[in-house]
Ligand binder design. Sequence first.
Ligand code: SF4
Length: 83
Amino acid sequence: MCICVNCQWVDRCKTYHAVEEQHGVKHLTTNPDFQGKDPKIHISVMDLKQGECGIEWDVRTCDSFKEDNGRWQRLRPGEEVPT
Ligand code: SF4
C-alpha cells in the first residue's frame, strides 16, 4: 500500500501526482508544489484478465513522510482509498 494516503503532503506532492498519473486516476491537485525528499517507489507488475498485465506504483518509504492518518480519505469522502 502507498504510504502517501496517510501523509500530510499528499494533496501537494509532486511524487504522489506522478503516481496518480501512472494509475490513470483523478488528481488531488492540478498544481503540486511540494517535492518529498527521497521517496522510494515500489513498482510491481500484476496479471490481469485475458492475458493483460498492469503496473502498480507504491511509495513505500519517504524522508518527508509526515503521518496524517486518513488524509486521502478526508479529501475524497466516500471514495475507495487507493491500495
Ligand atoms: S510520503 Fe513522500 S511521496 Fe508520499 S505524499 Fe508524503 S511527501 Fe509525498
